[in-house]
Structure formats: structure tokens, C-alpha cells
Design a protein around this ligand. Structure first.
Ligand code: 5AD
Ligand code: SF4
Length: 354
């Protein structure tokens, strides 16, 4: 159907134009997602746009998974509340600080604090932790789920720079089915609050959740643009045997890369991570993603004893590597593709009209 709306020659020339105009229609995005005929051209275009707008530096972030406790029950996720097979943990602030110091000693410009959605620490203690990490001279990114605006404000005043909250999908019916008890509109409210409070805002989606259409993936990409996001994380769905979606087919690596590459074309100067889920589906998946539009890698610096318990999905890449091994491995690979680790905080520098 989209082939009628968008002939083959049209699509090739629209792709070339999009490299300059950074715009595509919904039909054109769907047509690109439907066929693999333009994948090579799409990836090459995304790689050129990445080089032109954000350069060859790959910003490294130190990821601290500080608690796997979660009150939500997302059908796809191993941290979901009803998963009794997971042993739950919460790192003490001192332990989090030690991980942050490791990240700093590796030269990572950003520390990402990620947890399930729960009141892991009272707000004042969390703020205290943020202040102590900020004193290490790093950017602080939080990824702790939906919170009231006042809480986001308190974290921001304590020094948090960025916040990651994936929309997961813009298909409301699918969201309702996948994230029981959660409210899509509240999630969007959170993203707007974060923006108003001056955070750099990251969102993103899962690719290949059962029941997801290519049209809804096109809507996800247009949503990222509408929000004018600073960072977009895109990863394939990976079926977790300890969830209701056990046995469902995994999302596709290539489709995830295509969603990512189109996002790079439309939002040319943002930060886009090569995600762990991509590396989990395909060895070297992260390096391929870096050659198809990505410019960020998050490396785990969580204490080894807790890694296996942050089991969003099975077989998570790098789960048995020490922080030093992950770093050494990645640096060697970056060198092999002619890229270098970034310096400084690696913040989003707007190089386009807002
Ligand atoms: N496969 C891939 N990604 C997942 N996430 C949660 N469960 C899975 C899964 N089974 C992602 C969600 C969430 C992020 C922290 O992890 O997109 O936002
Ligand atoms: Fe909790 Fe996030 Fe997993 Fe949903 S995706 S169950 S909110 S950790």
C-alpha cells in the first residue's frame, strides 16, 4: 500500500533529500521500514549525518544499576513486580558512590543511575547522593521511571543533568496491553515536566514487541521529533522466560537499526546510544550501530555481584565482564572502526533549529 504512495525511485531520492532536510513523512518512514532494498543507503546516510553533526567521538557513560526493585508490571521486563524468580537488591549510597568513582577513574564523562520504578531512596537521600556524585565532576543522568514533578525538580536542583524515560511505544492500545496499570498520558506528562525543568531529555522505544506495527514505529520516530528529544535509545525486544511474553519472537536487530538510522536523519545532532539489547541480539551489534547513526555507549560499572540480577532480558551482553574488561574491549573496537572516545560530559549540543 505504501509502495503505491511512494514509488521506488521516489523513496531513493527522498532518502537523499532527508539527509539534507531532515524530514520524512509518515508514509515514507513506513515504506523505508517495510523494505530492505534501501537499508545500505539508509545506514550510510545516517552515518554521514552522525559524522557531520556530532563527529567521530563516541561518548562513554558509566551505567550504575542501583536497584532492580520495581512496582510496575510491564509484560516484557524481567524486573516486573510479579517476577518472583529475581532476587531483589538495592545498593547503599556508599556503594553507588564507589561505582561512580570507578566510572570517573575510567574517564567517563557521565554517570547514569538506573533502577526499577519504586521509592528506592527517600527524595532527600537521593538528592544527597546526586550532590555527592556531582562533586566528582561528571554529568549525572537519571533513569528511575515516572515521578511527580516536585521530585524531578528536587533531583534537578540537586544537580541532575539528564533523565531517560523511554515512551516504549506510542501505540496507546499496545502500551495499555504491555504496561498494565500505567498511563501513557502520564508518561508524556513526565517527559514534558523534565523538559520544563531544564533536563536534557532522553526517550526511546522497544522494537518488535508482540502486536507492534511498522506504522506505530513510524509514529514513535515522529514522536521523538515532536518532543525535540536530546537523546533517543532504541532497542529490540528480547523475550524473557520469566515474563508473560516468554516464548514470543525477539525483535529484529535490522529493524531496530533502521528505526535508529531514521531517527538520526530526522534528529541529526542528538545523542543516540548503541544499546546493550542490540549487542545482545548480535555480537558486534553495538559496533554496527555506531556505524549506522549511534554516537554513545553506556558501559556497566555496577559491582559484579549484582549484575546478574538486573535481568531485564536474558543473555544481556557484557553481564560477566568486569567494568575494566568492558572498557578495554570497547576501546579496542572503537579504534578498529576509526572512532575515538569522547571527552568532557558529552552533552547534547544543539546544531539545528529547535
Ligand atoms: N527486551 C528489551 N528491552 C527491554 N527493556 C525492558 N525489558 C526489555 C526486554 N525484554 C527496556 C525497556 C526499558 C529499559 C530500561 O529496558 O525499554 O525502558
Ligand atoms: Fe519496571 Fe521499567 Fe521493567 Fe517496566 S520496564 S517493569 S517500569 S524496570
Amino acid at each position: 500500500m505504501n509502495a503505491q504512495k511512494c514509488s521506488k525511485t521516489d523513496l531513493a531520492s527522498r532518502l537523499a533529500e532527508a539527509e539534507v532536510t531532515h524530514s520524512l513523512t509518515r508514509d515514507e518512514i513506513v515504506a523505508l521500514l517495510e523494505t530492505d532494498a534501501y537499508d545500505g543507503a539508509l545506514y550510510a546516510a545516517a552515518d554521514r549525518v552522525r559524522a557531520r553533526y556530532v563527529g567521530d567521538a563516541v561518548h562513554l557513560r558509566g551505567l550504575i544499576e542501583f536497584s532492580n526493585i520495581c512496582k510496575c508490571n510491564c509484560l516484557y521486563c524481567g524486573l516486573r513486580r510479579d517476577n518472583r524468580r529475581l532476587s531483589r537488591y538495592r545498593l547503599e549510597p556508599e556503594q553507588v558512590l564507589a561505582c561512580a568513582e570507578t566510572a570517573r577513574s575510567f574517564g567517563y564523562g557521565t554517570v547514569v543511575l538506573q533502577s526499577g520504578e519504586a521509592n528506592i531512596l527517600p527524595v532527600d537521600r537521593m538528592c544527597d547522593l546526586i550532590r555527592r556524585i556531582k562533586a566528582l565532576d561528571v554529568a549525572v543522568t537519571l533513569s528511575m521511571g515516572e515521578k511527580p514533578r516536585e521530585v524531578y525538580q528536587a533531583y534537578r536542583e540537586a544537580g541532575a543533568d539528564r533523565y531517560l524515560l523511554r515512551i516504549e511505544t506510542t501505540d496507546r492500545a499496545l502500551y495499555r496491553a504491555m504496561d498494565p496499570g500505567m498511563d501513557w498520558d502520564n508518561r508524556v506528562r513526565c517527559l514534558h515536566d523534565l523538559r520544563d525543568l531544564g533536563y536534557e531529555v532522553g526517550t526511546g522505544c522497544l522494537v518488535g514487541i508482540p502486536g507492534q506495527s511498522l506504522e506505530s514505529l513510524a509514529d514513535d520516530i515522529l514522536f521523538f521529533r515532536e518532543l525535540n528529544a536530546d537523546m533517543i535509545g532504541i532497542g529490540p525486544f528480547i523475550a524473557n522466560p520469566d515474563t508473560p511474553l516468554a516464548g514470543s519472537p525477539n525483535g529484529s536487530f535490522e529493524l531496530s537499526c533502521k528505526v535508529m538510522a531514521i531517527t538520526r536523519l530526522l534528529l541529526p545532532d542528538i545523542n543516540i546510544p548503541a544499546t546493550t539489547a542490540m549487542e545482545t541480539l548480535l555480537p558486534e551489534g553495538r559496533i554496527l550501530a555506531l556505524q549506522r547513526g549511534a554516537n554513545v555507549v553506556m558501559l556497566n560499572v555496577t559491582e559484579m555481584g549484582y549484575r546478574q540480577s538486573y535481568a531485564l532480558y536474558p543473555g544481556k551482553a557484557g553481564a560477566t565482564d568486569t567494568p575494566a574488561e568492558s572498557r578495554a574491549r570497547l576501546l579496542a573496537k572503537l579504534q578498529s572502526i576509526g572512532r575515538r572516545p569522547g571527552s568532557g560530559y558529552g552533552s547534547h549540543q544543539r546544531r539545528r533549529e529547535a
